[in-house]
Design a protein around this ligand. Sequence first.
Ligand SMILES: NC(=O)c1ccc[n+]([C@@H]2O[C@H](COP(=O)([O-])OP(=O)(O)OC[C@H]3O[C@@H](n4cnc5c(N)ncnc54)[C@H](OP(=O)(O)O)[C@@H]3O)[C@@H](O)[C@H]2O)c1
Length: 421
Amino acid sequence: MFDVRCQKLISEFGLRSLLNELDISKKKLTVAQAMAIAIYEAYQGAQRVSPNPLVGCVILDSHGQFLSKGHHEVYGQAHAEINALKGLDKEQLQDATMIVTLEPCAHVGKTGSCALQIKDLPVKRVIYGLVDPFHLVAGKGAQILRDSGKEAIVYADYVGMDNNGQESRLLNQQLEILAENFLKNSRAQKPFVALKWAQSLDGKMALKNYQSQWITGELSRTYAHYLRSIYDGLIVGSGTILQDNPKLNIRLENFSKESKLVIIDPEATVYKTFESLELSRYHKKENIFFIVDAKSASSAAVFDFSAQAPGAFKNILFLNRGTSGFFSMQDIYQFCFERGMKSLLVEGGPSLIHQCLKQNAFDRIYAFVAPILMGNGLGYTDELPITSMNQKMQFTALEKIELGDDLLVTGLNWTYCYPIG
Ligand SMILES: NC(=O)c1ccc[n+]([C@@H]2O[C@H](COP(=O)([O-])OP(=O)(O)OC[C@H]3O[C@@H](n4cnc5c(N)ncnc54)[C@H](OP(=O)(O)O)[C@@H]3O)[C@@H](O)[C@H]2O)c1
């Protein structure tokens, strides 16, 4: 599936025609073109590699001609470099250059060390996009390669030698975006959080009678299922579940994955009525996580329910609402992170999206905008405390695509705390 985050990369590097040509010829590529293909290639693993990073690799022969590409396909299985090397013999690899989006791993984990495998091959040079941020690994993969007499150069240093300013800025930004989940996890020990919503041109997510199906068209809704498939956990508010009775599963052709589902359920209403909801048919209890007001912990109804239910829910976080009357989203994210959810997709509705924006508790947005007006409906920004244009919320690294009649806009939180080019 096409990932909107690499839209600019595809157009700037003419990747569609380049990739078509590569099927038929040994085309000579610049390092920048090879890195662009490696990034694009890495996204092919987006649905299956978490909690590992997305990684892609392109190999050029001694004349700079394309030899092969590969990506990390499935968590626990071969890394990108090893997939790209498949089927190549030592003669083809003589003085070859490997271009890989992340430093080859030094350690032996679920698979062998890539750096140790590359060091015994006649490859001349490895150019890698990012230094592995994990402090026990950072620089060690490159060192193994250098110790074996190979050149191992981080892309930013390489473009320092062979500079094409705008092109290298775009690629450095794209490398960070490609690894955004992994970098957030490693640098901040927090999950990467994306907000997703559908809205009308006048910024409404539902009508006041809670009807909202459907705001966007079929292509947008299919893309929303792709988004579900690339995040570890989904967060929804109780309002959406009680109004819509959704399935919240992933419905994509030839793909199956059971998401973890986090339900913000202050009064434990979803919890208490779970068996009567569609959710109960599509999700295992062990994959459901409730966030409940601590006051409800003492409510007899909640205790009775969990005592009676065979295989009762075990994943419940009781939180205090604080003076604002709302849970801290960061507390919820931390709870999720500790339970293996390294990336989260917040699916609304309007109250929940509003809270995430107001608390500035998100890294990326996906806004699906439909060419309709919904009048006096439910918005998600009405109570944001913005009184001066200096306080406007902004986004960076923006990408836009048309999905039928709709427009999908995605971008990073302007206050995202890491260098993004
Ligand atoms: N267009 C879209 O993309 C989209 C997506 C999903 C749903 N919807 C529509 O939205 C409508 C439902 O709207 P809604 O606003 O009621 O749904 P919601 O945001 O899913 O749920 C609201 C509930 O979540 C609670 N909540 C959210 N964040 C909280 C926090 N930080 N702390 C404590 N409680 C928190 C609210 O508590 P309080 O009651 O205390 O505020 C409320 O109980 C439905 O019609 C649905 O179809 C639209």
